[in-house]
Design a protein around this ligand. Sequence first.
Ligand code: ASP
Ligand code: MG
Length: 433
Amino acid sequence: MEKLQVYKFGGASVKDAAAILNLCRIVRDFGPQGPLVVVVSAMGKTTNALEEIYDLAYKQQSYEAQLQLLEQFHQQTATKLGLTSESSIGWYFNKLLLQLRQRLAKIKATDDYDEYYDQVVSFGEMLASQLVAHALGAQSFNSQQLISTDTSWREARVDWQKTAANVRYGLTELLLAGPVVTQGFLGGTSYGVATTQDPAKTIYKERTTTLGREGSDYTAAILAYCLRAEAVTIWKDVAGLLNADPKIFPDTVRYPEISYRETIEMAYYGASVIHPKTLKPLADRNIPLRVKSFLDPAAEGTLIHDCQHPALAPAFIRKADQCLLSFASKDFSFISEENLAVIFAALAQAKLKINVMQNSAISFSVCTDFVERRVHQLLDLLREQFTLHYNTGVQLFTIKNYDAASIAQLTAGKRLLLEQRTRSTFQFVCQAS
Ligand code: ASP
Ligand code: MG
């Protein structure tokens, strides 16, 4: 579609009724002339709250207090925005709240944790998108019907061919009538469960999937790719793409312009500003990505596109809640390719991503996000063959485009447990202070 744009509004930009009204103002006063797709995340910290509620439900513990808070908060926001159950959106919104409650009540300890996580946590986006559609007076379209994925729960992989067809058939006409709101982070899958030997008797289950935490940026990129959008804008609570998270580091600087490649690398190292998978589909179609502040929509922000730029200011990235694992072969043999193959297979099976790794003669270390359940699964898988040590409560720092001064500044007073440097990147793991 010509001149089509995609806007993505993250959790902070829809955190309450005032924020949602600000979103409407941005679309009205700063929005494009042509068609617009609006991708929204769950309100504020709703996804974290749903994760906690789900976890309690799964452990068959009481989640009633937390659920009530979440329900009340959403209901109050709906009221402030003038959404009533008389309208079809209001009716659907209330139905979603009811479905969330019913779904939680049915969670069993024998259910697949990750599959049902997606069925529950997705309600955050479902609810927020209805509030935004109402406030904007826009149509909405559920992303389960747009983004087709496989069944890799919580980290679903996109079926690009199906998705492109869904998006074309689902959105093209709707977009002629005005902005369309859809949910970020979610996808849909259908899978067959054989009931008998007879393939004709296979039952197809429709399920929601999620694309990985903070995945709404990725949704915006997928839709932009499929619709050959002119540009994508991510609206955030910061002035653009900064060289560090201002909540963690003082004196940040904004990059006015940066290449796809640099941004992909920063996202990979954990810069939380953009979901790492977002850049590739955009770079493939040369679609520029703007990062702008929803608090100051007229300001320039950052333009991410195919460009050459002089040396960038060093970027500081911290990944918190890390786990540093070391494996040593029990028989004191060297860490061999065969050993590494076993370790990598176990990491993949436990769905633990390697953030940094290093090997020495008889041991091999990896730093991963600390997900207790997954780390224990990994330890179970490898205990027989390896002696294992691990430290939790550690953090991983990366300095991209480092210089001596930036290393000295960041490492001062820290005890490093692991350190590594390439031509452009300096990384270290240390105990969280
Ligand atoms: N609401 C989801 C999350 O917090 C997705 C997103 O915000 O992008 O992870
Ligand atoms: Mg979010």
